[in-house]
Design a protein around this ligand. Structure first.
Ligand code: SF4
Length: 385
């Protein structure tokens, strides 16, 4: 059996950041913390956090303890939620993904200027409900072109601003935007599909095309996992979606090639269990697989002196941390960002930014990859001379 594990399987940067922050709250144990809705679509993680004292509320009116800290999850929330938090003087940590917050800003700005807002996506998804909350819930929400009929308020002649749910597939975006281009007279499109989603879906399709069996690991309630499964099924008839290793279908895979991908809310521990279960099944037949090998193979390989692109995952007063898809995070010290010592990291980059960096050292002795942004700019400068 040959196994292809997607490099993009598992937590995206937004989910990773949120889950880590909630675990930090659980560890500190200083005061009561609740998430507004489950932090991610993964029951195992949610149960684990609950066992560590993190509660869940579905609405702010369920909170009667003024000392509680409310965690806003990656999906983001509408403007009204921030107003209520302020009115009630509740402490909160906003872990809405920066990519989702960018959509809130686009929608709020255009709505204020009198534009009609169109959101492409699933009207019932919390991310869309949150986005709609930045235009007084007046958006026209299209999951397909027939949905236009559900919105008598839709005015094709009005100035129209179009955004997308971050996890929709590109085919849907192309299909609906083509229809809108031919229908509306004055329209501006903001392609807000998250690049992590795009990369995950593209890689899943590529793997699904070449394997006999495709496993999609993730929660069935997760929108991005569901879409990933749809894509895999299109290219590989024998595609299976399951939450954990326990639900994995029992198949004789000894003569098959198997692809594995996972949704953005699937922790590495569950992917590991799936591979280990396959390992056990095949071990009985005298074949060997090593999770460590597969995991290592699924990671990006870095070399000193390379220029690579990563995503900004944390910014402090003196450092910027970058996800490179490598086993360790990258670190840019303030002095390696720019030649201008007056510029602080927070003024230079924001969470979720894509950034091109030069690899100074793959391991700084403390498990970080040392990076430089100013070296990339210098290289570009030399090329331009
Ligand atoms: S927008 Fe992208 S990076 Fe952010 S939480 Fe969603 S899938 Fe993850």
């Amino acid at each position: 059996m040959q196994i292809f594990l997607a490099k993009t399987a598992g937590f995206c940067f937004g989910v990773n950041r949120a889950v880590e922050a909630v675990y930090d709250h659980a560890k500190s144990g200083s005061h009561k913390t609740v998430t507004l809705g489950p932090i991610i679509h993964n029951q195992e993680v949610v149960n684990d956090l609950m066992s560590k004292g993190i509660g869940i509320v579905n609405a702010l009116h369920e909170i009667d303890d003024p000392e509680v800290t409310v965690i806003l999850r990656t999906h983001g929330v509408g403007k009204k939620i921030y107003e209520i938090l302020k009115e009630r003087n509740l402490q909160y940590e906003d872990l809405a993904c920066p990519f989702v917050k960018k959509i809130h800003h686009i929608v709020e700005r255009h709505f204020k200027d009198g534009w009609q807002i169109v959101i492409i996506g699933d009207a019932l998804h919390p991310e869309i409900i949150g986005i709609n909350g930045w235009c007084e819930h007046q958006a026209v929400i299209l999951n397909n072109i027939e949905d236009c009929k559900l919105f008598p308020s839709f005015e094709p002649q009005k100035r129209t601003c179009v955004v997308a749910q971050t996890t929709i597939n590109r085919e849907k975006w192309d299909f609906v935007t083509n229809f809108l281009k031919n229908t509306c007279t004055n329209i501006e499109f903001f392609d807000t599909i998250c690049s992590a989603t795009n990369e995950r879906q593209t890689e899943a399709a590529e793997i699904a095309k070449k394997v006999d069996v495709m496993f999609v690991v993730g929660d069935k309630n997760s929108s991005n996992t569901g879409k990933l499964f749809e894509i895999c099924k299109k290219h590989c008839e024998k595609s299976f979606l399951f939450d954990t290793a326990k639900e994995m279908p029992v198949l004789d895979l000894s003569n098959f090639s198997v692809g594995i991908t996972a949704g953005a809310s699937t922790p590495a521990s569950i992917i590991k269990e799936v591979i280990e279960t396959m390992e056990e099944q095949l071990g009985q037949e005298g074949q060997e697989l090593s999770f460590a090998d597969l995991f290592e193979n699924s990671l990006v390989i870095l070399n000193t002196g390379e220029v690579v692109t990563g995503t900004v995952i944390r910014v402090t007063e003196t450092e910027v941390f970058v996800d490179l898809g490598f086993k360790s995070d990258g670190l840019i010290r303030a002095g390696e960002l720019t030649d201008d010592p007056a510029i602080r990291p927070k003024d230079f980059v924001q969470l979720g930014d894509k950034i091109e960096v030069f690899v100074i050292r793959v391991d700084d002795g403390e498990g970080n990859v040392l990076l430089s942004k100013k070296k990339v700019d210098a290289i570009k400068g030399w090329k331009d001379v």
